[in-house]
Design a protein around this ligand. Sequence first.
Ligand code: UDP
Length: 371
Amino acid sequence: MQYNYLVVGAGLYGAVFAHEAKKAGKSVLVIDKRPNIAGNVYTEEIEGINVHKYGAHIFHTNNKKVWDYVTKFAEFNRFTNSPVANYKGELYSLPFNMYTFNKMWGVVTPEEAAEKIAQQREEITSEPKNLEEQAISLVGRDIYEKLIKGYTEKQWGRDCKELPSFIIKRLPVRLTFDNNYFNALYQGIPVGGYTQMVANMLEDIEVRLGVDYFDNKAEYDSLAEKVVYTGPIDAYFDFRLGTLEYRSVKFENEILDQPNFQGNAAVNYTDRETPWTRIIEHKWFEFGKDKNGNDIPKTVISREYSSEWKPGDEPYYPVNDEKNSTLYAEYKKLAEQENNIIFGGRLGEYKYYDMDAVIDAALAKAEEELS
Ligand code: UDP
């Protein structure tokens, strides 16, 4: 055996695990089918702007251990995410806070806002069973109709009544004028881009890009004592129990010859009719400046279109509804019967992980494995 570990996938889970294994004196080979490292946090510089090629990633965490860890590999700027919602030309502040309530209802005090929400949630009389009920119970029907329903149905391609309530609990609801999207103590974007951060994690580790594990699985397996697999768990088992559903995202990127398109990194289009879910204007993740601190005359925007995953597409979001969770549990049983393989990350564990949780999980697994 040439290596102690073969890591399949050079995204965050794989990079963190590989880094830890190498640090513990193990030999590691990382492979990825893409021509680049960093998985879906991959950033590419275009016109002096770090473009988040696989969707916007804003690092945020309350986990000091994870924050101390990532800041070893990158310096983080002070970016705070405050998306704007555009509902048929009306603009609202996100997440749901006093600015949102003021615009929606004209209420001025937190007490008035709380009263309005209390009235509107009266229609929900028992424990919310799905995303729709959960949303109305959190913020009332008006906000549900204008800021949640259309966006969520575009994003997930499913009715809000068929979606699990935890998805909407990701968003804070605040009776203060605080439009920070995340309840996180630590937040920011790595200066120099995520790709550089992941490259720093993978320093001195052998990485082979543009190679598909499944093209030569037996050969790759024979190279290492153990495999860390971060691809889709159902693909690993050749979809033998059926396919898990994922949402995919397609991006329409444009370079515009103007300095400021929308004045914010993220604008969500929350009506049902606009075909895209959001537009990202990447330069605002770094305050419109290039790496030398100069203003950038152009801008790069990405319209995001959500679609049901089909073979050949990139999987982005696991659909953690009942049907898929049940099927995943069956795959997990198969995974537990395998020897010398670790399944990790958003695809390997079929879990709607944020970046910090992925890093935490990879660190925990590495600790368990390497101690
Ligand atoms: N959401 C919404 N309206 C918005 C933004 C989000 O209804 O303007 C809902 C939607 O269901 C989405 C979920 O909140 O899937 C979680 O949003 P988040 O921004 O955390 O999703 P991500 O950035 O991971 O796509």
